[in-house]
Write a protein that binds this ligand. Structure first.
Ligand SMILES: [Zn+2]
Ligand SMILES: [Zn+2]
Length: 114
């Protein structure tokens, strides 16, 4: 999965989040290190380290990205297909957005065109 990981949205960090990531209600991806440094693992609310939005307990999801086959077998079980597809769709939107952000930081910053 190298090169295919989300990057931490904390401006001074930008590390790849290979093992785990904290996803916020404002749709930022924060690496576990920054989440600890900025108090997202402590009592909430706390400000998002990427955009300063106040985050409540319900707006933070810690995702372990080292998943097992067992986890894949059961994570969605019990939900109805509509809920599953909705959650999957939103997760894909989140992923695409973050991948396009990542690509844009790799592109040359000079304006293209005449
Ligand atoms: Zn970070
Ligand atoms: Zn944010």
């Amino acid at each position: 999965m190298e090169g295919n990981a989300l990057r931490c949205n904390v401006a001074e960090c930008g590390e790849e989040t290979a093992n785990g990531v904290v996803v916020t209600g404002c749709l930022h991806a924060i690496c576990l290190q920054c989440a600890g440094n900025y108090g997202l693992d402590g009592p909430l609310p706390a400000p998002c380290p990427a955009c300063q939005k106040t985050l409540e307990e319900s707006e933070i999801m810690v995702q372990n990205l080292q998943v097992s086959e067992d986890w894949k077998s059961i994570v969605m079980c019990g939900h109805d297909p509509t809920t599953m597809m909705e959650a999957t769709g939103r997760a894909i939107t989140f992923w695409s957005y973050h991948m396009s952000q990542k690509m844009s930081t790799l592109l040359p910053s000079e304006p293209v065109g005449p």
